[in-house]
Design a protein around this ligand. Structure first.
Ligand SMILES: [Zn+2]
Length: 247
């Protein structure tokens, strides 16, 4: 088995004006854009530094026989960096686990704990690991649930508890408490972020994932879905989350 290499790509120099750090932990390149790009663009424009953590390598992202893993993987990495650039995301970390077979292992939890202790975000966006289905027509990808479960357990108890993964202390990674978690795609969503002013950036970012989504579809689907959420909450376009405020 090939050695797995973690890539950290800095898209923008760290600004002294940053008012805080926020992190997005997802399974695949494009998950952040589909679920949360409007929120992310709002945060970066408000002055937050946003860090993406992509757990898999996106290598199984095509059924085209001419797009085997070694061809599609670098394409998806490049698409993800372009999309993140549109939204003003400052850093993208690719953990490069194999796409399609992600598990919420202790290894993954340790990696995420390391990143949470290193970047010290106040809010983390991830998926809802309890979501198995969507509208009786869609089985939630197990990678989404695995990334979300590992993210939640990295946030609590691992990042905040000194002697879980004590090897991290040797890297000077002191415990860190995340204040809030935003879970996208949750059957129990209770919070809407108004993305009316950033919907155009969400669409542009999604359109960077050319290998995954057609340009017109990205536009139409985003306006429909986020418009529907917006109508429920009294704004033009919205993104919905289950919001955990951790005591
Ligand atoms: Zn996905």
């Amino acid at each position: 088995m090939a050695q797995r290499k973690v890539d950290t790509c800095t898209l923008q120099a760290r600004s002294d004006n940053t008012i805080g750090v926020r992190m997005v932990i997802i399974a695949h390149p494009d998950d952040a854009e589909f679920s949360s790009a409007g929120t992310i663009a709002r945060w970066t424009h408000e002055g937050y530094r946003v860090i993406y953590v992509i757990c898999t390598d996106g290598s199984r992202g095509s059924n085209d026989p001419d797009m085997p893993p070694d061809i599609i993987t670098p394409i998806r990495h490049a698409e993800q960096l372009e999309a993140a650039g549109v939204l003003g995301v400052q850093e993208v970390v690719f953990l490069n686990h194999e796409d399609g077979t992600l598990e919420p292992t202790l290894e993954l939890r340790r990696e995420l704990t390391r990143l949470i202790r290193y970047y010290r975000p106040d809010i983390v966006i991830s998926g809802d690991p309890t979501r198995h289905f969507q509208r009786n027509v869609y089985i939630n990808h197990p990678d989404h649930r695995a990334a979300a479960e590992a993210a939640l357990y990295a946030i609590f108890p691992s990042a905040v508890t000194r002697f879980i993964f004590p090897e991290l202390l040797k890297e000077n990674l002191e415990p860190h408490k995340v204040s809030e978690v935003f879970l996208y795609g949750s059957p129990e969503s209770d919070t809407c972020v108004d993305i009316s002013e950033t919907i155009h950036l969400k669409i542009r970012a999604l359109q960077k994932h050319c290998s995954q989504v057609k340009s017109e579809y990205a536009d139409q689907r985003t306006r429909e879905w986020n418009g529907e959420i917006g109508r429920k909450h009294g704004c033009d376009y919205g993104e919905e989350y289950r919001r955990l405020v951790l005591r």
